[in-house]
Write a protein of this length. Structure first.
Ligand code: URP
Ligand code: ZN
Ligand code: ZN
Length: 456
């Protein structure tokens, strides 16, 4: 099978040029101006950018919180992902209390069987002890080189000492741990304070988790990494203060990888006061203008490494579990379909970053850190033909009604974006054409190598 993409602008982190792309047997065979070759299919990409398929570093599909399960499973979530230009998701396989990592991995492979984009797993661990440690080498043998730990959530929270020990143990094997950084004790105290005042609606959520709650967690993680001597990955960074802690740590020689999400460059804390404010309840919460400006500045100055969505969707009926108590609203929102168009509109179109930086933030750096480079994350001869044809001039309005998420709300409802993913090639096959998923269920498991420490 040969596909030829003609007349587009090939965007790589190193530059942009008019070139054609020839795909053969699932791989990129040639990138050059004016390729004349026999092909089974020719795609005209005039006026469009051609990117390496986007990688979403942070999704929660089919996540069971105990009280409820996320609205999107892999079937619906990956359909939405690929239509939005994401050709690989890294989802959090979750080792709940009483489970082994092997159990979690088997379960996540089963959950992911009906995937429409490629997928890999980070292993989120709720326990760190000798029984879990002996499983780690098997995880690497199974293609998992990244893990996650939480400073918060009763079901998942680990101690600072466990993060320290896990950084050393996993770091020595070439793996990285993403950490959800917030100060658990302080935010519990603030939840109690707001409830004591009778402040029970969604506007209380950001009051309990202000910027300093995140910045303290980030600063602590930075010091833990300094002490362990191994790299750290800050997940879903949302604040100017948190970013400052990352920058300060780097000046001290700490190797830090920082992820942010589209909600932290687009949405505003005032939105909790809307009638459906519960749909914005996620952690970290939505922030203020100064935070959005700082995160965009971090993207521009390359202090932010990549953008994941933290897609964790719940319907309004599920959000109503907390209708009388904000602290019971399931945390998370839908976004896996909208990442590229949001980053393009809010970061590229505004001039904060270039299309080349978009390639870096949505694809290349994730592929490097998470052991997929150069198979994924780059337009290069021999790389997997996961390719996005992105039309920068296709304005439209985001709505849950047109998103493929299995969710009756969107934090981005009514947001106007300037462009959209037009076509997607996955493993060399055209799976999305003119914004429509024409070939579902073609996703493959991505076996990952140890991390590439590109910040060393
Ligand atoms: O609110 C969020 N982000 N829910 C998903 C779990 C997490 O914290 O990443
Ligand atoms: Zn988190
Ligand atoms: Zn998350």
């Amino acid at each position: 099978m040969r596909i030829l993409i003609k007349n587009g602008t090939v965007v790589r982190s190193t530059g942009r040029k008019q070139a054609d792309v020839l795909i053969q047997d699932g791989k990129i065979a040639k990138i050059a101006p004016d390729i004349e070759a026999e092909a089974d299919r020719v795609i005209d990409a005039a006026g469009c950018f051609i990117f390496a398929g986007f990688i979403d570093t942070h999704t929660h599909f089919d996540l069971d919180l105990g009280v409820t399960v996320t609205a999107d499973d892999f079937e619906t979530g990956t359909k939405a992902a690929v239509v939005g230009g994401t050709t690989t998701v890294l989802d959090f396989a979750t080792q709940d209390h009483g489970m082994t990592m092997h159990d979690a991995l088997t379960l996540w492979h089963k959950k992911a069987e009906k995937s429409s984009c490629n997928y890999g797993f980070h292993m989120a661990v709720s326990e760190w002890n000798d029984a879990r440690k002996v499983e780690v080498d098997d995880m690497f043998r199974a293609g998992i080189s990244s893990f996650k730990m939480y400073m918060v959530y009763d079901a998942m929270k680990v101690t600072d000492g466990q993060i320290y020990d896990a950084q050393k143990f996993i770091g020595a094997r070439g793996g990285v741990i993403g950490v959800h950084c917030e100060n658990y004790d302080v935010l519990q105290a603030r939840i109690a304070e707001e409830k004591a005042k009778g402040h029970m609606d969604p506007t209380a959520h950001p009051v309990t988790r202000p910027q300093a709650v995140e910045a303290e967690g980030v600063a602590r993680l930075m010091r833990i990494a300094e002490l362990s001597g191994y790299p750290a990955w800050v997940v879903h960074l949302s604040t100017a203060d948190g970013l400052e802690e990352v920058r300060r740590a780097r000046k001290r020689g700490v190797e830090v990888y920082a992820e942010t999400c589209p909600q932290y460059i687009t949405l505003d804390v005032s939105q909790y006061a809307e009638p459906d404010g519960a749909k914005y309840v996620m952690s970290p919460p939505l922030r203020e203008a100064r935070d959005r400006a700082a995160i965009l500045d971090g993207m521009k100055k390359r202090d932010i490494d990549f953008v994941g969505t933290d897609h964790c969707s719940f319907t309004m009926a599920q959000k109503a579990l907390g209708k009388d108590d904000f602290s019971k609203i399931p945390n998370g929102g839908a976004g896996v379909q909208n990442r590229a168009e949001l980053v393009y509109t809010y970061a590229v179109k505004t001039g904060a970053i270039t299309p080349e930086q978009m390639a870096l933030l949505l694809s290349e750096r994730a592929a490097r850190l998470f052991g997929m480079f150069p198979k994924k994350g780059v337009l290069r001869v021999g790389s997997d033909a996961d390719i996005v044809i992105f039309d920068p001039n296709d304005p439209h309005t985001i709505s849950w009604k047109t998103n493929l998420h299995a969710c009756d709300n969107s934090p981005y409802e009514g947001v106007e974006v300037a462009g959209r993913t037009r076509d997607v090639l996955l493993n060399g096959e055209l799976v999305v054409e003119n914004g429509k998923l024409i070939k579902p269920y073609c996703g493959q498991y991505v076996f990952r190598k140890p991390c590439e420490w590109y910040r060393k």
